[in-house]
Design a binder for this molecule. Structure first.
Ligand code: SF4
Length: 341
């Protein structure tokens, strides 16, 4: 079974207490059952602390609950006490693995890094062309050719989508519009329907306010992030041309991270619409920050979007629900909005 990696994957190294937005901040930490079984054998005061902080969350998962915005084992030197006391091999799968993402599709496995990690985000933003050149190639197509026509179809559609995102003859908003249009056809095929051109009318566009409103209804961890989204919403700014160079890499990450979820959900539009929302929100924050002399580097805007929105199950669910419910998220309406920029 082929394992597929992007070019930057093996260069990742955690920078621990030099990290500006550690994964030990803001999140509850999942504890897998093997790790918890070991923690239950640890003696002394440290063992007592491990057991005291392990709780069951609202999803039934065992976690170390974040205390005052940080993991209870993240010490004042911004280092992990579990790592120090018990060794790296005793970290939970979540802590030991992050930001590595392993997606097993049965016939092949893809490996990525999460954009929510600042060091991984820096690697991805610094990467030149072809970071994902081993994705969607012969290895994957050959691996799934006997078992799933749908997967072969989705792999080819994903490569076409990535190609549209990288069509530098067009402004990025137009590339996204092309992705929406192309994937509306893909969706028709998945639905067993005859693909037909989208019908775009020329009624008045009311702007992107509804996308910001939804992001402000999300579960938000950081007050600074809430303020950035709120200020960007009020600014009415749209993404600047030079934002494209970096957003292009974020968009590719999203495509490779989420597009093939359609093999289970039967929906390719969710992943594309999530990219459109990310573009509009992070692009407006970037334009606002450019005016303010970048109080945070651009990398932090994209990284924080990933941490706040992408990595929240509830926020992702809310996005998908709104995509299904609200006509303003239809492919036609989003294309008209993008073409108005
Ligand atoms: S977010 Fe990334 S670099 Fe920062 S502490 Fe976690 S794994 Fe290390």
């Amino acid at each position: 079974m082929p394992d597929i990696y992007p070019s930057f994957y093996k260069r990742f190294k955690c920078i621990a207490n030099r990290c500006e937005d550690s994964c030990c901040k803001d999140w509850d930490i999942n504890i897998d059952s093997d790790t918890e079984a070991f923690y239950n054998t640890v003696e002394g005061a440290f063992g007592d602390k491990l057991r005291r902080h392990a709780v069951t969350d609202e999803y039934g998962e065992r976690v170390f609950r974040c205390v005052e915005g940080k993991c209870p084992f993240w010490n004042s030197d911004m280092l992990c006490d579990i790592f120090i006391e018990l060794g790296e091999e005793r970290l939970s799968q979540t802590c030991g693995g992050f930001p590595r993402v392993r997606i097993d599709y049965g016939d092949f496995t893809e490996h990525l890094l999460s954009f929510a990690c600042p060091e991984a985000a820096r690697l991805m933003l610094g990467e030149k062309e072809g970071a994902y050149s081993s994705f969607g190639g012969e290895d994957e197509l050959f691996a799934c050719q006997d078992s799933s026509d749908s997967m072969s179809f989705l792999l080819k559609a994903r490569e076409r989508t990535a190609g549209l995102l990288l069509d530098r003859s067009l402004p990025f908003a137009y590339r996204l519009a092309d992705c929406l249009e192309f994937n509306a056809q893909v969706q028709s095929v998945l639905n067993g329907e005859e693909p037909a051109p989208l019908e775009l009318d020329d009624a008045q566009i009311d702007g992107a306010g509804f996308i910001f409103d939804m992001h402000l209804k999300f579960e938000i961890m950081s007050g600074e992030w809430r303020k950035a989204v709120s200020d960007a919403a009020q600014s009415g700014l749209v993404p600047r041309v030079d934002f494209t160079d970096d957003f292009e890499k974020f968009a590719l990450y999203y495509v490779y991270r989420y597009y093939l979820e359609a093999i289970n959900s039967g929906d390719v539009m969710y992943s594309i619409k999530r990219i459109v929302c990310a573009y509009i929100v992070t692009g407006a924050i970037d334009a606002l920050f450019a005016r303010q002399g970048y109080p945070y580097p651009r990398m932090r805007i994209l990284q924080r979007y990933s941490k706040e929105v992408e990595h929240s199950y509830d926020n992702t669910e809310m996005l998908n629900t709104e995509f299904d419910r609200d006509k303003r998220f239809s492919a036609e309406e989003l294309i008209r909005l993008l073409e108005s920029f």
